[in-house]
Design a protein around this ligand. Structure first.
Ligand SMILES: *Cc1c(COP(=O)(O)O)cnc(C)c1O
Ligand SMILES: [Zn+2]
Length: 446
């Protein structure tokens, strides 16, 4: 069976198509974003049961590259790429766990966390980057004049780009907002040999520059404006459904910044529906930091208006974006999925992350934003306690140790409700015994 995919303009009046090996990021006719479209008719010649079986047989196997959570679904992603050009680090296949204790604290039985940060570069950006870098390798092998791949980043895209390019032997270039990403995120591209450009601006400022420098076709653009990334990211929804034996949860909550990921989530779910793997659709909730909430503001107008904003500094640094590239795609997705947008203050996101940590999680601030949205919606009754909810945890907490240290030391602009401070003591048995007595007596239930 031969399957095909191509870039297609998202503008309904235009729908112009371009081959996937064309160096193009926006429609050259109408300047709209592009998306990857598949020959769904050809895919539909295989029935849903057979797709499920194929995906399950490959899942986490060592049959390279199909053990990868992304490449196990190759026919739905980049069907025409040759296996030898695939740059895979066994991404996807992350754990989806029942957050039993945290759920109990919130009064909800059926709460699950999809831990996408347990991945090669520590965030879910690996899912899309394996696809983009593989396509670049394919294009280079066909003679494309690409010398390097570049992105603007709030820290996780650059880490993923650098690591996949290093694995492929391709030069990466990352443009980072100076002083606005964590130390771990800064050192990741440095270690992987990226050309690291630290600019005295914010993400949106880096984005403006990278768009200009990638007008030169020898430098390929890796931001999610490039819809190849979305093709990999869309596997997150497919994988969640697969892990639930193809039973659709009621609600999926995802933190959003540039908004490529919410549209990717929607696109994977729609593809499953179109090919008969599922019939029920979940509701999608996008969670934003209140300090970087342009989508939330648009949601309040029923998506009638959208205004880019200047994002304020937020602890959820990976989603500190005021002018999201994928706004149109995100709005389309939210309309299709009965979507809701919720925002969270710095205190709400920090307390939610910390509260989750006390039940055995280790949350990054963006996951904190999603958990805060869950808490607010449960309180407001917009998520019912009987519903089956999945929260997408997007990065590993260890990338954000400053956030955690500052919280537990009480170095925030707000009271840190769940701060747990180390007790400094002289190195004597008596002092330790005394401290234990105080602490354990205090914790005894009344
Ligand atoms: C990129 C990112 C997001 C948001 O994804 P968008 O596609 O930009 O909306 C959320 N959390 C983390 C940790 C990220 O790196
Ligand atoms: Zn167009």
């Amino acid at each position: 069976m031969s399957y095909r995919a191509w870039f297609q303009c998202i503008n309904e009046q235009c729908k112009e198509r371009y081959p996937l090996n064309r160096i193009i990021y926006r429609c050259s006719k109408c300047d709209s974003l592009l998306e990857v479209q598949h020959d769904v008719q050809a895919l539909a010649a295989t029935d849903a049961k057979s797709w499920m079986k194929l995906f399950e047989d490959r899942y986490k196997s060592t049959q390279w590259p199909y053990g990868s959570g992304v490449w196990g679904k190759k026919e739905w992603i980049l069907p025409e790429i040759s296996d030898e050009n695939i740059v895979s680090l066994y991404e996807g296949g992350t754990n989806l766990f029942w957050a039993e204790r945290f759920g109990k604290m919130l009064g909800i039985e059926n709460l699950w966390i999809k831990l996408c940060g347990n991945s090669h570069s520590g965030s879910f950006k690996d899912l899309g980057m394996t696809v983009l870098v593989s396509q670049v390798k394919q294009m280079i092998s066909e003679g494309a004049p690409i010398k390097a791949v570049a992105c603007a980043s709030t820290g996780d895209t650059s880490a993923a780009l650098a690591v996949y390019c290093a694995a492929a032997g391709i030069q990466s270039i990352v443009l980072l907002p100076k002083g606005k990403i964590s130390i771990a995120q800064l050192v990741q591209p440095i270690a992987n040999g990226a050309l690291v450009l630290s600019l005295d601006t914010d993400f949106d400022g880096c984005m403006r520059v990278v768009k200009e420098i990638t007008k030169d076709e020898t430098i390929y653009l890796a931001n999610s404006m490039n819809s190849l990334r979305i093709e990999g990211q869309k596997t997150v929804g497919i994988e969640i459904l697969q892990q639930f034996d193809w039973v659709t949860p009621d609600v999926i909550i995802i933190p959003g910044g540039n908004l490529g990921n919410v549209s990717a989530l929607g696109s994977g779910l729609l593809m499953m529906r179109d090919l008969g793997l599922i019939t029920k659709m979940p509701r999608i909730v996008v969670a934003q930091a209140e300090r970087a909430n342009p989508l939330y503001r648009s949601y309040l107008t029923g998506f009638k208006r959208f205004e880019p904003i200047v994002a304020q500094k937020t602890l959820a640094s990976a989603i500190q974006i005021g002018n999201p590239v994928s706004i149109e795609k995100a709005v389309r997705t939210l309309k299709q999925f009965n979507g809701v947008v919720v925002d969270a203050t710095e205190q709400e996101l920090s307390d939610a992350a910390a509260m989750g940590d006390t039940t055995g999680m280790f949350n990054c601030p963006h996951t904190g934003v999603a958990l805060a949205a869950l808490i607010k919606m449960l309180k407001a009754g917009t998520i019912d306690k009987a519903e089956h909810v999945v929260v997408i945890s997007t990065a590993h907490g260890l990338k954000f140790t400053d956030f955690k240290v500052n919280y537990h030391e009480g170095n925030m602009e707000f009271p840190c409700t769940y701060a747990n401070r180390p007790i400094e003591l002289p190195p004597t048995v008596d002092a330790v015994k005394e401290a234990l007595k105080k602490a354990l007596d205090r914790k005894k239930p009344a």
